[in-house]
Design a protein. Structure first.
Length: 72
């Protein structure tokens, strides 16, 4: 058995493609699989995506303490 993957941009056309494939007697089965946008998946699962947010900034424990609890 051979498998073909077809990416469909317009979901309104999905029903047409399904009907067309099912009309052929040699097509054994048709399965639908939703694909998650890569940007959504990366933002949810990539823990290290924000690893460089402090790059180029002079941040130390001392500077954080001075900003958090200024002496008046």
């Amino acid at each position: 058995m051979t498998q073909i993957v077809v990416n469909i941009r317009d979901e309104k056309r999905l029903s047409f493609v399904l009907e067309l494939l099912q009309a052929f007697d040699f097509v054994e089965s048709v399965a639908i699989e939703k694909k998650v946008q890569q940007s959504e998946a990366k933002s949810e699962n990539d823990f290290f995506a924000a690893a460089g947010i402090w790059e180029g900034r002079d941040v130390s424990l001392e500077s954080i303490r001075k900003e958090a609890w200024p002496r008046q």
